[in-house]
Design a protein around this ligand. Structure first.
Ligand code: BYC
Length: 325
């Protein structure tokens, strides 16, 4: 089935393959697809799925960090944490807006998150036990996010690709502030160094999981790559992340908690221990350590903020009535 962008579904008896071929030729030629362009319905649905999950991740991703704003060790760290949190909320809103160009409403997307139907990144369902966790989320969590999101700046859907340019610039600041906080810890007392290492030990595997299942177990990769929504597969991005991270860890005396991590001279790649996929799927399905807390907090914020939306809508209606008069 084929969509004429926001204009609805166009039935073209016998001509569907032609349209698919024409669409693929545009993708292969590196053209950007824009909201009112014709596109296969599956392309539109895949984008809505990925973009809404991405936007939800940006919003829910703030909860593990918010816990530490009031307990940041210095005023400077508090300002950094607040600025980062504000950026992440902005990313979520930006990506929701880009997804709306595909004909889905923000209410629908948010409704799916609040009902528990929509996914968001598994990594945010783990607890932040101490300050070092914030440093590690910035260094490794945002580091992994950038690795995934830089190629999205070149994705085939124009509004998503353009949104990612700003998002990546800010994520890059987040990664650096995380690494800088980590450097400070690793230059500190033995207790601070131990805190840094302990946080990496707890976060390393959940962050490896951020890239998603192995390519062989990833049902969406084939079409994602074919349509240049994804420019790299999950395993390729995980490998790039390890390559970038190992020297950074070494420089500050952090040991990666994977006894099987070893560089293969022949392939030029890092081999790593197996990810606990049972844990991954159980977190994705809602049974992680903090899934319940995250959704409860999100529902509470939505309910308590409802009056702001109502006030804005009442104001907009009043303005519209005034303009009409
Ligand atoms: N967690 O076929 P696959 C941030 C799901 S936040 C949960 O490989 P795909 C930040 C997947 O959705 C940035 N679910 O899927 C914010 C699929 O389920 P459905 C987050 C996962 O889409 C605050 C199924 O498993 N980044 O930066 O080809 C503070 C099979 O997977 C996960 C994005 O969202 C997971 N980790 O590839 C700090 C980037 N992995 O939908 C930082 C945009 C997989 O079929 N998204 N699943 O029911 C993507 O690039 C891709 O969607 C993914 C997955 C690589 C995540």
């Amino acid at each position: 089935m084929y969509s004429q962008g926001l204009m609805g579904v166009e039935e073209t008896p016998g001509g569907e393959q032609d349209l698919l071929d024409r669409f693929q030729a545009r993708i292969d030629a590196g053209e950007k697809i824009e909201p009112n362009d014709e596109m296969p319905e599956a392309y539109r649905k895949t984008l809505i799925r990925q973009m809404s999950q991405h936007a939800h991740s940006e919003i829910v991703g703030v909860y593990p960090e918010a816990n530490w704003v009031t307990r940041a060790p210095t005023l400077r760290r508090k300002l950094q944490a607040m600025a980062k949190i504000q950026d992440e909320f902005g990313h979520g809103l930006y990506i929701y807006s880009a997804a709306e160009t595909l004909g889905v409403s923000r209410e629908e997307m948010v409704g799916q998150l609040l009902s528990g139907k929509a996914k968001y990144s598994s990594v945010f369902n783990y607890p932040t036990l101490n300050w070092a966790d914030l440093a590690v989320i910035g260094w490794l969590g945002d580091g992994a996010a950038i690795m995934n999101q830089i190629p999205l700046c070149r994705c085939s859907y124009g509004p998503y690709a353009r949104a990612m340019v700003l998002v990546c610039k800010e994520e890059s600041f987040h990664q650096r502030q995380g690494y800088e906080a980590m450097v400070a810890l690793m230059n500190g007392s033995p207790e601070q160094k131990a805190m840094g290492q302990d946080a990496v030990n707890r976060w390393w595997w959940p962050i490896m999981m951020m890239f998603g299942p192995h390519d062989a177990d990833s049902p969406n990769t084939e079409t994602g790559v074919k349509w240049k929504i994804k420019n790299f597969t999950n395993d390729e991005l995980r490998q790039k992340f390890i390559k970038a991270t190992v020297p950074q860890a070494k420089l500050i005396g952090i040991e990666i908690p994977d006894p099987d991590l070893r560089f293969n001279e022949e392939t030029g790649d890092w081999e790593h221990g197996e990810i606990d996929w049972d844990e991954f799927w159980s977190v994705v399905k809602g049974q992680g350590p903090c899934n319940h807390d995250r959704i409860t907090a999100r529902r509470k914020a939505h309910a308590e903020g409802a009056w702001v939306l109502e006030a804005a809508q009442a104001y907009a209606a009043k303005q519209a009535a005034r303009n009409a008069a």
